[in-house]
Design a binder for this molecule. Structure first.
Ligand SMILES: NC(=O)c1ccc[n+]([C@@H]2O[C@H](COP(=O)([O-])OP(=O)(O)OC[C@H]3O[C@@H](n4cnc5c(N)ncnc54)[C@H](OP(=O)(O)O)[C@@H]3O)[C@@H](O)[C@H]2O)c1
Length: 270
């Protein structure tokens, strides 16, 4: 019989997802960590169990493989009782469209868009079994404007935004609360960090430490906030994005992003 409750975190082995895993365990939540095979997720789980006396389980599979996704999520829900889903796994990059491989485009769409929608759809019936449950979807400040030289990534994050708002409305009146988080730049993986440093002061605007972003996102989600924008600078940015005409914000942001290209190797993040 399922008794203990678990928080499922996708992309939990590194970056923001790892920070969510640590924070959730620290506050006494049992966690299910989803990441690609071959990483250090198992050792993270062992250290969380030891340090915080919670149960931490690892499921290593490729979220872009919809068969693996379906069978793993079904196996998880057969054994574990999930009351909190954190859709964090995501990828992106900066490169001119003709230099971007079909595989990279496909990977961004499959991970950011398809896997988020499928994991959410598979878990909703289980989340609804609880009097109170939560979904946190990680979008990005990039969702607020189209961006040249990134094109697919901001579009995928705009999907997350729209998907989250629609779900929240559909599920209103149930105990399941849906929140969407729009982080600004985060120094997570080395490619992203190199890119942010390379942008100088402009790249660092809105930059917050990863633990602080995780803290704000978790607090807001558990308080039932629909929209979470970490940091005052990002809130100002959002305001600007909502009042500037499309062609102007497109030019300003795309101009800044173009400078990133020289800091990006062929496989990139965010
Ligand atoms: N970094 C930023 O500046 C920034 C800004 C705004 C929004 N975001 C968003 O925040 C979220 C986290 O970003 P991050 O920078 O923390 O990412 P990250 O450091 O690159 O970590 C990505 C995580 O996702 C996992 N993952 C990647 N591909 C996967 C796949 N196909 N199947 C299963 N797991 C997979 C990775 O697992 P492995 O370690 O096993 O590969 C890792 O745990 C993303 O949605 C991103 O778009 C990031």
């Amino acid at each position: 019989m399922k008794q203990a409750k678990y928080t499922l975190i996708t992309g939990a082995s590194a970056g923001l997802g790892r920070e969510f895993a640590v924070r959730c365990a620290k506050s006494g939540m049992n966690v299910i960590l989803v990441a690609l095979p071959g990483g250090n997720t198992s050792s993270l789980a062992v250290s969380l169990c030891r340090e915080y006396q919670v149960d931490a389980r690892v499921f290593e599979f490729d979220l872009t493989d919809s068969h693996a996704l379906k069978s793993n999520i079904e196996a998880i829900t057969t054994t574990f009782d999930i009351d909190f889903l954190i859709n964090n796994a995501g990828t992106g990059g900066t490169s001119p469209i003709t230099d971007t491989s079909l595989e990279n485009i496909d990977r961004i769409i499959q991970l950011n868009v398809r896997s988020t929608a499928l994991v959410t759809r598979l878990l909703i019936p289980h989340l609804l079994e609880h009097e109170r449950s939560y979904i946190m979807n990680i979008s990005s400040m990039a969702a607020f404007t189209p961006i040249a030289f990134k094109t697919v990534y901001p579009a995928s994050k705009a999907f997350i935004s729209s998907f989250s708002h629609g779900l929240r409305e559909e599920l209103s009146g149930t105990g399941l609360s849906v929140s969407v988080v729009y982080p600004g730049p985060i120094m997570t993986n080395s490619n992203t960090s190199r890119r942010i440093i390379g942008q100088g002061l402009k790249g660092k605007l809105g930059l917050l430490p990863t633990p602080r972003i995780a803290e704000i996102a978790l607090k807001g989600t558990l308080a039932g906030q629909p929209v979470i924008i970490p940091g005052w600078m990002n809130k100002v940015n959002h305001l600007l994005m909502s009042i500037l005409p499309l062609d102007l914000k497109l030019k300003i942001v795309s101009g800044a992003v173009k400078k990133e290209i020289r800091y990006q190797p062929s496989l990139q993040n965010n």
